[in-house]
Design a protein around this ligand. Structure first.
Ligand SMILES: Cc1cc2nc3c(=O)[nH]c(=O)nc-3n(C[C@H](O)[C@H](O)[C@H](O)COP(=O)(O)OP(=O)(O)OC[C@H]3O[C@@H](n4cnc5c(N)ncnc54)[C@H](O)[C@@H]3O)c2cc1C
Ligand SMILES: Cc1cc2nc3c(=O)[nH]c(=O)nc-3n(C[C@H](O)[C@H](O)[C@H](O)COP(=O)(O)O)c2cc1C
Length: 443
């Protein structure tokens, strides 16, 4: 009897000690959290980015580096990571945001404005917004404007008026850099910093990939170049006819840097008057073998590979295969890879049939689904395969798969985004984006 009482007393004492220890830990942790919040909110500047193809993200990192070099701590955040707490505890936030689609936010930031509580009072907050865009689009820098309007409506003060960068022009960037340096009391960046580097590549082979097709010509161009430091998912910029007075055009790099070649897959683009595009016409028809192009590589961090052996789902149509091909080539052996590729006709548009067929045969591509929109027997769009193989889609995603989507936004991207959202729900799409497992390069 005495032993039982002694035992339960000991147990009670042990439980009490354990509880006090837990309480102490929680107290220490709360103190640490509070200190951290004060640390990031009061002392540090916050630079927040929203980026589809990486420009805004890259500029954010450059500005952070400038601040750190000047001895001023700064934190970077993606817009979708910016919480009410951040907004309420920050004195000043610099936003660098691009516009995508038809005047919309980049994918990862799509829900920011709708999720921002209208009750969040921002009267203590100073903001500056830099918008990245392209005046070739009707809604130039529309998302930057929407963001500023909304934050100001909730009380934020503009400490430097909204500035814009048109097609990443060096003159716009330099002007912004001068202004931001003045605002933040840091030395301005050397102007040469934003000048893109240009390299030379010589055309050695051009293959017509769809010679019998009713679709406009699709060509694979193979170049030799001494510059081979790109990553799968990157693109390059070219001035049509190497003429710097012409607006640059962007093309996905279709080959792995480990191959000896730089390859592009280019669609000869025709307008409504049947006039061939200035740059694609030059690349597909008039650039001669042994002639050279000047190109500037463009890093696309949001479209780089996630290096793991979890499954990968590649979705593209037409020239979209260009942005997927290097990714597929670089996937680890024995990994699970599924390609859904859209084109028009099964008879004339099975582009890269031999190469993709080999990958399929060797199981490097576990599944290869061609979706032919003008197949007389079973016409299909790429998103139809997502419906058809919904179980596989959800199984692969449960195993940690990443989705890579590349090609035309209007022709394919919107439909795929819609179907994925329908099948998986807004929440899972949001989570995939947050985890970097939904990677898109749409144009
Ligand atoms: C990220 C990205 C990746 C791409 N990858 C590929 C690819 O791998 N393969 C492929 O075939 N195409 C790709 N494109 C499309 C390509 O950049 C060109 O838009 C296409 O080749 C048409 O250019 P063009 O000079 O032949 O036509 P244009 O003579 O330019 O005519 C087409 C129309 O587009 C407008 N336009 C085109 N580019 C610009 C620009 N930079 N700024 C403003 N207006 C513009 C023109 O004003 C015109 O209305 C990609 C585009 C982007 C944004
Ligand atoms: C498919 C597509 C749609 C775009 N839509 C717009 C637009 O509506 N308005 C605009 O100003 N710029 C638009 N742009 C241009 C981008 O904003 C510009 O290229 C910017 O530098 C991209 O920055 P990011 O790499 O940070 O996303 C669009 C670009 C692409 C490829």
């Amino acid at each position: 009897m005495f032993e039982i009482v002694a035992d339960s007393t000991r147990q009670l004492m042990a439980a009490g000690l354990l509880l006090s220890y837990c309480g102490f830990c929680i107290w220490v942790w709360r103190g640490y959290r509070a200190k951290q919040q004060v640390h990031t909110s009061i002392n540090d500047r916050l630079i927040v980015w929203a980026s589809q193809s990486g420009n805004a993200q890259q500029l954010t990192q450059q500005l952070q580096q400038q601040l750190i070099t000047a001895g001023k701590p700064a934190h970077c955040l993606a817009l979708d990571q910016l919480s009410t707490t951040h907004l309420q505890h920050s004195k000043q936030i610099i936003f660098i945001v691009s516009t995508f689609g038809d005047g919309e936010a980049p994918d990862h930031a799509r829900l920011f404005l709708s999720r921002l509580s209208a009750d969040c009072n921002l009267q203590h907050l100073q903001i500056h917004i830099l918008g990245l865009g392209d005046s070739g689009y009707p809604d130039f820098c529309a998302f930057a404007t929407q963001l500023q309007t909304r934050l100001v409506t909730q009380g934020a003060h503009v400490c430097l008026p909204l500035m814009t960068v048109d097609a990443m022009q060096a003159s716009d960037l330099e002007l912004w850099n001068l202004q931001i340096a003045q605002l933040l009391s840091i030395p301005a960046q050397a102007s040469s910093h934003y000048q893109p580097a240009w390299f030379t590549a010589t055309l050695i082979e051009r293959t017509h990939l769809n010679p019998f097709s009713t679709s406009p010509g699709l060509y694979k161009l193979r170049f030799k170049t001494a510059h081979n430091t790109w990553q799968a998912g990157d693109t390059l910029l070219i001035h049509p006819h190497n003429n710097p007075d012409q607006h640059t055009r962007e093309y996905s790099i279709a080959s792995s840097a480990q191959s000896n070649y730089l390859e592009l897959i280019v669609r000869a683009h025709y307008d409504e008057n049947n006039t061939v595009g200035f740059c694609s016409g030059w690349l597909c028809h008039s650039l001669n073998i042994h002639q050279s192009i000047e190109f500037s590589p463009c890093s696309k961090p949001n479209f780089h590979a996630i290096h793991n052996s979890k499954p990968a789902i590649f979705i593209g149509a037409g020239s979209g295969i260009a942005g997927l091909r290097a990714h597929i080539a670089e996937r680890p052996t024995l990994s699970q890879n599924w390609l859904i590729l859209g084109e028009r006709s099964p008879l004339t548009d099975k582009i890269l049939a031999e190469e993709l067929g080999q990958w399929h045969k060797s199981q490097h591509l576990t599944h290869l689904d061609y979706a032919f929109s003008r197949d007389p027997i079973s016409p299909r769009y790429v998103q139809d395969y997502l419906h058809e193989h919904q179980q596989r889609l959800t199984d692969w995603l449960t195993q940690g798969a990443t989705i890579y989507l590349c090609g035309s936004l209007q022709g394919m991207g919107r439909g795929v985004q819609h179907t994925l959202t329908q099948l998986l729900g807004e929440e899972q799409m949001y989570n995939l984006q947050q985890q970097g497992r939904y990677r898109a390069d749409l144009y």
